[in-house]
Design a protein around this ligand. Structure first.
Ligand SMILES: [Zn+2]
Length: 244
């Protein structure tokens, strides 16, 4: 009887010790990953701002093509694009910092006046390793739906050396985002017409998170809880890009 009791006590102590060791192991692994993530700085650019700026700026370094400094963006049933991009951007900052990354944002308010060129230059000025630009799509067709990414081409006249990394970042972010949110995956648009990508001297991507002109995408993006999921999906993609 005494023997059985002491055996039981021994088993309980052993189980407790193993549980503590197991959790300590997980904690150490997470701490190590967070420590590695702290080497990286992510620049988040929540697309657009309260008022568009129709003054022009060069489309890329040395380019004679001039484009609007910041366009107005699209609009959903409840919110303008600039509000949704800032909201997701703030959740994304929180999530990335929780995972251990350093984060800088091109804007934290809606009433700002920062051109696409200035946003791109902000990333390198702040020593960011990558730049993630957040946007929502709009279309005349209400059936158009899903998420896509915009990436420079391999022949980009300004930063072709960043194509491979930018493409990898684009694929990682789009896949993880669609997996997490269930929003359908449209694919990648390769273009050298985006001022905010052309001026960027670090790997960059622009994600169109869904269509504000589509009932299903718009309803999804209107919910705060879903915006946290959207941010978590993008953070997963950033983890994938860095190999965490
Ligand atoms: Zn936009």
């Amino acid at each position: 009887m005494k023997f059985i009791r002491s055996k039981r006590i021994f088993t309980i102590i052993l189980t407790l010790a193993l549980t503590i060791l197991c959790f300590a192991g997980i904690d150490t692994r997470e701490a190590k990953a967070a420590n590695k993530r702290s080497r990286y700085t992510i620049c988040i650019d929540p697309g657009h701002q309260q008022y568009a700026n129709s003054n022009k700026e060069p489309n890329g370094p040395g380019s004679s093509t001039m484009k609007m400094k910041v366009s107005g963006g699209t609009h959903g049933s409840k919110y303008p694009e600039y509000k949704v991009t800032l909201s997701v951007g703030k959740y994304l900052k929180k999530e990335l910092e929780r995972r251990g990354y350093n984060v800088v944002m091109t804007r934290t308010k809606n009433k700002v006046d920062i051109s696409n060129k200035e946003r791109a230059q902000y990333a390198s000025k702040k020593g960011a390793d990558i730049m993630v630009r957040l946007h929502c799509d709009g279309s005349e067709s209400s059936s158009a739906n899903g998420a896509s990414v915009l990436c420079i081409t391999s022949g980009n006249p300004y930063h072709s050396e960043l194509y491979k990394k930018s493409n990898n970042l684009s694929q990682c972010v789009l896949s993880a985002y669609c997996d997490k949110t269930g929003i359908s995956k449209r694919g990648t648009i390769y273009t050298d017409t985006m001022t905010g990508l052309n001026w960027c001297s670090v790997p960059s991507t622009l994600i169109e998170m869904g269509f504000m002109t589509n009932y299903s995408d718009d309803s999804y993006m209107n919910q705060k809880a879903n915006r946290k999921t959207m941010a978590a999906g993008i953070a997963d993609g950033i983890d994938d890009y860095f190999g965490f």
